[in-house]
Design a protein around this ligand. Structure first.
Ligand code: AHR
Length: 495
């Protein structure tokens, strides 16, 4: 057991709220995320509620999903929303050009999405088609969804079975417009964004939060141009960051069966989220020092090779204990940037990339990442307690990363502490200095760990990586001493 790690909770500096939307999700028409993963249709043999699979719904409800982004992704800039409303049997089919060229029957459209949001209690985040659509199509979509007046689009919605308008909170002005959304330059896109944004605010009586399509990775110039020329036309700006274990988009590496080199490099690359946020926020702060424009990391997560034997365009990957650590350390980073980071959307909800849930026919498994979302959900709308961590390093070959990451927050008189031991082999002891607050009793202590750092759940063994009650701590006056096994996440709720 190695000693000498410490985390200090600055209770007196707790003031920023962690927006619940940081625990948001993303569901794209991609592979088996929407079709199969969420939607099987009312006539399916798979138990469903009005076409949504019941097992998945129940699992998602437990997570308290605050916001759901849809329909893409790259798909959004090909989507014709009008083909996805009206009687399902009459809806035209479409080719999903970005994700395998499959023909979809449009049976999951605007009504099905917005009803899903209602069932989950999630706010809706719609991505408008800027790449191949028009301002007029976007205006009509807004009217269809949100108008209560006697006008053609609202009346069409009524004819299609929905009397009341929906409350659609967020509107994305395109997706990855620098890439699959149109290969635009920022100088070109920012003018389009301003045009779409003006009309987005005039129709449907809505005051949707308009999200400018943001940058990805370390492409700072995009953020610079959007903030310089577009900041008055958006309430939020997005950003995308995917963790590629190898750092090479051409050879991403397998989701399971990897050795310590890829365990380490994936965690190291995920930790770069902090540097990335600092870089983009520094630009935003220059143009918007009061922090009016929010930053939405509306796609994030680990991206590995797809599962062998699956359609590579479906991005169906397994999920290991390593990915659970990527989720926890990323939330630790998001919390630190709570002032600007007001939303994040894991890519993606079911069956695609770093999914919460995997399905196969009528079977379903919860992934290690799901469990972190569940263990960390206390943080939704909690007040962040700034933490100072002194931790030893986890060294691999010539590089090091912090061996422990952590976070803390407070809500309703309770205190949350989350700690992740990233080390591949060492059990670590850490002292949590809680002397500044009123946390004298552990209400709940949970651990997520696994036999190996690359362990994962399967349909035959669904609980290889599953949370358990945790007893490896000792609480004395003002100090919580925690002994954390390697590759583990532990969380505490205290009062
Ligand atoms: O999440 C998968 C894809 O990754 C999305 O469609 C796109 O926005 C990003 O490149």
């Amino acid at each position: 057991v190695v000693k000498g790690n410490q985390i200090f909770l600055n209770f007196d500096q707790a003031e920023l709220v962690i927006n619940k939307d940081v625990y948001g999700h993303f569901a794209e028409h991609l592979g088996r995320c929407v079709y199969d993963g969420i939607w099987v249709g009312p006539d399916s043999d798979i138990p469903n509620y009005k076409g949504y699979r019941l097992d998945v719904l129940e699992a998602l409800k437990e997570l308290q999903v605050p916001v759901l982004r849809w329909p893409g992704g790259c798909f959004a800039d090909t989507y014709n929303w009008k083909d996805g409303v009206g009687p399902r049997s009459e809806r035209p089919k479409l080719v999903n050009v970005f994700w395998g060229g499959d023909v979809e029957d449009n049976s999951f459209g605007t009504h099905e999405f917005l009803e899903l949001c209602q069932i989950l209690g999630a706010d809706a985040y719609i991505a408008a088609n800027v790449g191949s659509g028009s301002v007029r199509e976007m205006i009509e979509w807004i009217e269809y969804m949100t108008s209560d007046q006697d006008i053609p689009m609202a009346n069409w919605r009524r004819e299609n079975g929905r009397e009341e308008p929906w409350d659609v909170k967020f509107l994305g002005i395109g997706n990855e417009s620098w890439g699959c959304g149109g290969e635009m330059t920022p100088e070109f896109y920012v003018n389009l964004m301003r045009q779409y944004s003006v009309f987005a605010r005039q129709y449907g009586g809505s005051d949707m939060i308009r999200v400018g399509c943001g940058s990805h990775q370390f492409y700072y110039h995009w953020t610079e141009v959007l903030m310089r020329e577009g900041r008055n036309h958006m309430e939020a700006l997005s950003l995308h960051y995917y963790t590629i274990p190898t750092g090479d988009w051409g050879i991403k590496s397998e989701a399971t069966g990897f050795d310590e080199d890829l365990y380490f490099s994936a965690l190291r690359n995920a930790l770069r989220m902090d540097e990335l946020l600092k870089g983009h926020i520094e630009i935003m702060d220059r143009y918007d020092p009061e922090g009016r424009v929010e930053l939405y990391m509306d796609e994030w997560g680990i991206w590995t090779d797809p599962e062998p034997g699956t359609n590579p365009a479906f991005l169906h990957q397994q999920n290991s204990m390593r990915d659970a650590l990527i989720a926890s350390l990323t939330f630790d980073i998001f919390h630190r940037h709570a002032r600007r980071v007001q939303m994040a959307n894991i890519a993606q909800m079911v069956n695609v990339l770093q999914a919460m849930i995997l399905t196969d026919g009528d079977r379903m498994i919860l992934t290690p990442t799901y469990h972190v979302f569940n263990m960390y959900k206390f943080n939704q709308n909690a007040t962040y307690i700034p933490v100072e961590i002194t931790t030893e390093k986890y060294a691999f070959e010539n590089e090091t990363i912090p061996a422990i990451t952590g976070t803390a927050s407070t809500k309703d008189g309770k205190v949350f502490v989350g700690l992740s031991n990233l080390h591949a082999s060492e059990t670590l002891t850490i002292d949590v200095d809680i002397s500044g607050g009123n946390a004298n009793r552990v209400l709940k202590a949970t651990i997520l760990t696994a036999p190996e750092f690359n362990s994962h759940n399967t349909y035959d063994n669904p609980n290889v990586v599953a949370p358990a009650e945790f007893a490896g701590y000792e609480l004395t006056a003002g100090n919580l001493q925690v002994v954390i096994p390697p590759y583990s996440v532990v969380t505490f709720e205290m009062e």
